[in-house]
Design a protein around this ligand. Structure first.
Ligand code: AMP
Ligand code: FE
Ligand code: FE
Ligand code: ZN
Length: 405
């Protein structure tokens, strides 16, 4: 039912408004004339005339000016002009039926006031129950990986941003789950993780709604953490040899006790004046191919997907554009991952262009994949990225239904 209404929102909304508008008109005319037959017959005719005039009014406006995004003035003038047209319609109809100019004039006047208020509340009600967009964020990082917000701070921020759902997807771990604290009732929390998979460029697999006590998933991620710790030590030794002195203690302070990653190295290099900007640390030293870069152990894509599935979770391909593949190559990769059990694709991502979103939505449709949306919020470590995404609710519905099962 809910899905049907959302899919046919414009139609159902028009009908619901026509019903309310008709009841209002009957009430106004009856209270003036005490003539229920006149009131009902006027509304009966009005139903069709208003429909026709509304259509003509819309057409007319589309000739005069095209709607521009965020153009409040146009929509205000348009609403006002429609109220004038609609009142004239009422005026003429009431006059024809009752032959009472006073009633006709009052009906038109009262109608324009009552309906303006009624329409406003009708819009509000629709936006509360059946808003076309949804605010949520299914891809975020906390202090348990390379974000700067604690889980509690991050969820509180998501509530401020009026997100309906929030998922925390730290790199290769879900430590955050045991440090959530109390979660506001105004938001739904989804357990998440982002696993880096072995791939020539970047391939990250998101997992949602898994069992956090699943032994095999936990131990696989623990092995990755252990390998990461060893890599970090080796990186520090290598940096010290080249005159860049950073200690493990400083790294742990920088990561606020969470898992240490390259962004923490970059922050310290910046703080100590070894580089002028955070990005310079990556471009000159830490990025793949640069002197301090050291590969870390990753899971094979197939293994990452299997582990998430075994733990009862939903595996989703993160930020497809980061694979750096051409469209046919990406499509082939999606087919391959799907054969391993991939269930979703992060079509909405903060860095995806409109064209990319469209392309990824098409893959989702073609390969029967769930659609997700994430900002990849890292707090102060990626200050340009804001928490929360506003996307088409219909596209997210299948995922949200699957996660609530
Ligand atoms: P790590 O897991 O320790 O290898 O660090 C990976 C993280 O470093 C990623 O999640 C990004 O946040 C960041 N990162 C990797 N490459 C770059 C880059 N070229 N520029 C800026 N940040 C990067
Ligand atoms: Fe990151
Ligand atoms: Fe990622
Ligand atoms: Zn991420």
């Amino acid at each position: 039912m809910r899905k049907f209404i959302l899919k046919n929102r414009a139609l159902v909304k028009t009908i619901s408004w026509r019903i309310i508008a008709s009841v209002l008109t009957i009430a106004i005319i009856y209270s003036l004339s005490r003539d229920i037959v006149a009131a009902v017959s006027i509304v009966g005719v009005e139903f069709f005339t208003k429909m026709l005039m509304y259509w003509a009014h819309e057409k007319g406006w589309s000739y005069i000016s095209k709607p521009k995004k965020g153009s409040k003035v146009r929509s205000l003038i348009k609403t006002a002009s429609w109220r004038v047209v609609a009142s004239i319609d009422t005026l003429v109809l009431v006059l024809l039926v009752t032959k009472e100019p006073i009633w006709a004039g009052s009906a038109a006047l009262i109608e324009s006031i009552v309906k303006t208020i009624g329409y406003y509340f009708h819009e509000r009600a629709w936006n509360l129950g059946y808003k076309l967009t949804i605010a949520l964020d299914l891809h975020t990082h906390t202090t348990y990986s390379d974000g700067t917000y604690t889980p509690h701070e991050l969820i509180a921020h998501a509530v401020e941003k009026e997100c309906e759902y929030i998922s925390i997807t730290d790199h290769d771990n879900f430590e955050h789950i045991s440090h959530l604290g109390e979660i506001s009732k105004n938001i739904k929390y989804i357990p998440g993780v982002e696993i880096s998979a072995e791939f020539k460029k970047t391939l990250h697999i998101l997992g949602y709604g898994f069992d956090p006590d699943h032994a095999e998933l936990k131990s696989a991620l623990n092995t990755l953490q252990e390998a990461r710790r060893k890599r970090n030590i080796a990186m520090l030794e290598n940096m010290a040899k080249k005159g860049f002195h950073i200690s493990m203690k400083e790294l742990h302070e920088e990561s606020r006790g969470g898992i240490v990653g390259r962004p923490h190295f970059a922050n310290l290099m910046l703080a100590k004046g070894y580089v002028k900007t955070y990005q310079e640390a990556f471009d000159k030293y830490l990025a793949k191919g640069q002197p301090f870069y050291m590969n870390k152990q990753r899971l094979e894509p197939k293994e990452a997907i299997r582990l998430i599935l075994d733990a009862g979770g939903i595996p989703v391909m993160a930020h497809p554009y980061q694979t750096d593949l051409t469209s046919p190559e990406l499509e082939a990769l999606i087919v391959e991952l799907k054969s391993y059990g991939l269930q979703g694709i992060e079509a909405y991502y903060c860095q995806h262009t409109k064209e990319q979103v469209k392309e990824y939505l098409e893959y989702a449709k073609k390969y029967d994949l769930l659609v997700t949306a994430g900002s990849d919020f890292h707090g102060g470590n990626k200050p340009d990225i804001d928490l929360g995404m506003n996307v088409n609710r219909l596209h997210l519905l299948p995922f949200l239904e699957a996660i609530e099962k």
